[in-house]
Design a protein around this ligand. Structure first.
Ligand SMILES: [Zn+2]
Length: 125
C-alpha cells in the first residue's frame, strides 16, 4: 500500500514538469518570433528583408520625395522654368542625395527633371 502523502507529492511533481514544459514551449515560440522579426525571412537565395531594411527603404522613398519637391520648387522659381542642372544646386543635405540602403547616389536627368534610385528594388520609388 502506497502512503497518501507519496501519491500527492508525485502528482505535485507531474504538474511541475508540465509547467516547466509549457514555459519552455512559450520561450521557444517567443524566440522564433523574435528571430523572424530581427533577422528577417525570405525565399531561399533571396536576401532576407528585416524591419531595418524596410525602414531604410522608406528613408530612400522619403529622400526621393524631398528631392522631387525641391526640383519642382527650383523650377517654379526659375525665370525660364528650367530644371536645376545638378542636384547639388538644390543645396540639400548630402545624406539625402544617396540611397540609404546601398549608398548609391541618385540618378538625376536635368532635361526631364526626374530623379531615381538605382538600388535593386528601388526602381519604382
Ligand atoms: Zn534607394
Amino acid at each position: 500500500m502506497i502512503p497518501a502523502h507519496s501519491i500527492r507529492s508525485s502528482i505535485k511533481q507531474a504538474f511541475s514538469l508540465i509547467e516547466i514544459l509549457l514555459v519552455c514551449v512559450v520561450l521557444v515560440a517567443l524566440g522564433a518570433g523574435l528571430s523572424v522579426m530581427l533577422l528577417g525571412h525570405g525565399k531561399p537565395g533571396e536576401k532576407a528583408k528585416t524591419p531595418i531594411d524596410r525602414a531604410k527603404s522608406t528613408v530612400c522613398q522619403s529622400n526621393l520625395t524631398s528631392i522631387r519637391q525641391s526640383i519642382a520648387a527650383s523650377q517654379a522659381g526659375d525665370t525660364d522654368g528650367k530644371f536645376p542642372q545638378t542636384l547639388e544646386e538644390l543645396k540639400l543635405p548630402k545624406e539625402i542625395l544617396s540611397c540609404d540602403v546601398g549608398k548609391e547616389p541618385y540618378i538625376y536627368d536635368p532635361a526631364t527633371g526626374t530623379v531615381r534610385c538605382i538600388h535593386p528594388g528601388h526602381e519604382n520609388y
